[in-house]
Design a protein around this ligand. Sequence first.
Ligand code: PLP
Length: 449
Amino acid sequence: MKEIIPSPPPIVRNDAAAVQALFQKHVVPSYARFEIALSHGSGSHVFDVAGKRYLDFGGGIAVTALGHAHPAITEALVEQSRKLVHISNLYYHESQGRLAEALVNLIGPGKCFFCNSGAEANEGLFKLARKVGHDDGRFEIITALNSFHGRTLAGIAATGQEKVKKGFEPAVQGFRHVPYNDLEAVRDALSPATIAVLIEGIQGEGGVMPARPEYLLGLRRLCDEKKLLLLMDGVQDGHFRTGRFQSFQRILESGAGPGEGASASPSATDRSLAALEGTGFLPDAISMAKSLGGGFPIGAFWVRAPYADVLGAGTHGTTFGGTPLGCAVALKILEVVRNENLAGNARNMGEFLKSGLEELSRRYPAIIQSVRGLGLMIGVELAPDIPRLPGQSHRTQAIRFVNLLHTAGLLTIPSGAQVLRLLPALNLRAGEAEEGLKIIGSVASKLAG
Ligand SMILES: *Cc1c(COP(=O)(O)O)cnc(C)c1O
């Protein structure tokens, strides 16, 4: 791996309170932020404005695939910005074509559309599905309970969580939610108006819940049988996070042991798993964003034949989609991931972290109930009723635990009320993984009293 040289400390004139005051005065209060004001970073570490160092296991919510201030990203940004930053999609430029080619090679035959965020990538999938179903009056998309698909009006309609919808009615029509990992529930929810099913391979905001291999294969069969599109939201679990480019590739991989797979019946799964890779499973379209640009905002969707040309000229677009700058960065990240085998690293570091966390769960069962996930997308389910330490006022256990980890120098992301989420950089080093486990262990030990 390339050596990451820490940048010099910035001018430390602004303190956290001054930064927070600026936000209180001028920034829409739509986020409940943690009391941390960050200033700079290097690799898997970030520093706050007072100079305190944190190990970053949140990765900006699965975004900073190569960590912070990676020299290859900096170089790609600088080099490309000297040539062309933006041209609009009225013209061709090589790197958008090259990036589409690279994504197609990683997924399967098809085509790509570029945009700027996960919500926008999903919006593209909704429009694709509606266009496909338009002439026979089909428009309904079935999604999962506890899913997350973004914050636009259609995104919150697609999201299977009431809290994101409240106050924004009337909802965009045509979405129905069913329990995740339940094939029969999808079958029961079908109507003559159904055109598509949309799921995450691993529910991220829903507490890091991986799809069972049987569920994915069953959905594919059901969608083929009923002439529906199978859409996958790969915004969070994609881009090598699980050890393969897309999470379904990892979930359906032969040799995924019972500890790594999500199945409740490991023996039956083991037997059928060898056959799964040969099934050639592919969804009809996949949305991507987050890690795709490693922090530079870029989103995309991939779509296969016979749907790849459905969105013809004039049907869809966005000013900033697939700019020369965004594509140069995304291509550079793919190059680094390949050259440094970061897919393998995500797999190995993920297994290391997971077994370390399982060890902590055995040692502190009253604090850590269970651990799940694939590669570097890990959910730590906290035990119910962990005692509060004095001064801990936050509502959810997840937030209280995350705050204790902050004090101890580790950034993580809460997922729901009970789950701690780890989404570190794909180039996380063994020493950093150990450091993180040590910090989580120290907080668990403190809470266990
Ligand atoms: C983050 C996320 C989105 C939304 O992406 P934005 O870039 O925030 O719009 C959509 N789906 C999933 C699964 C996500 O994790």
